[in-house]
Design a protein around this ligand. Sequence first.
Ligand SMILES: O=C(O)[C@H](O)COP(=O)(O)O
Length: 321
Amino acid sequence: MTAAAATAHHAIVSTRSTRLWNAKNSRFDKNVCLVSVGSCCPGNRKLGLLCASGSQSSVTEPVQQPSNGKGDHSPKKSKESSLILIRHGESMWNEKNLFTGCVDVPLTPKGVQEAIEAGSRIRNLPIDVIYTSSMVRAQMTAMLAMMQHRRKKVPIIMHNESEQAHSWSKIYSEDTKKLSIPVITAWQLNERMYGELQGLNKQETADQFGKEQVHEWRRSYGIPPPNGESLEMCAERAVSYFNDQVVPQLTSGKHVMVAAHANSLRSIIMHLDRLTSQEVISLELSTGIPMLYIFKEGKFVRRGSPVGPSEASVYAYTKAF
Ligand SMILES: O=C(O)[C@H](O)COP(=O)(O)O
């Protein structure tokens, strides 16, 4: 459902203007209206993306910059780049309220729909490279979202697990390459390993161990579930990978989407927003809701979550803009 259709369904409950990528000038400067639309029950609020003028943004790939008279016709490096983070759509164990962690389960039909809807929200944002975890629920989300993208480029999972895998997946047409977007999978972006909770029902676990104990395992920074990873341990791999692999892409002017998991993304957002170990406890991410950051001069500015702190479970830790 496009944002406009979503709006038709719901009263607009809050709006926030932000900027969209204007490839002509290689920067984000087009004012758009990010709307948080929702029916009377706030839990159904959806994020939509509408241009302030009501028309679709004129987002295109960076075009050849006018020559600067010195014969330099190479396109200027973009001054800003975009980072889209998205938690996978609802998985079959999310639906059953089971701790999932590193168990590799697929999306539900609802999760598929969430991924498609997310794609319609980011269809005009520039994306040059996609990172996913090695889990199918994140990869399905990225692929389904990209099916909605305006540029209709083909996302292609890169196979570098062996020399043979790399050579056997080579593309021999430059034109075809230009019509594709590389998808890099990384175990470092996998969901936190939930140890002995994996496969257990979350409610039954709370009944057995107590609500506070389970909340501490699920949301604290330093306390791991039994024989599992704490958020801190997850951050050690996820944030390191983000800094080593994703940040250089953004620095070079590439626009990136990362499709991953509740806790591997919580650890990355904690880093980007410089949240304390106390603040991160209240950070919740909904399935399939894209979040946008602008990367400029080495700094990240959050753009994609205009909802207020009262919007539970979408991106709960959101200071007023
Ligand atoms: O692994 C899981 O069970 C979910 O991805 C996230 O679970 P959580 O919300 O309990 O961290």
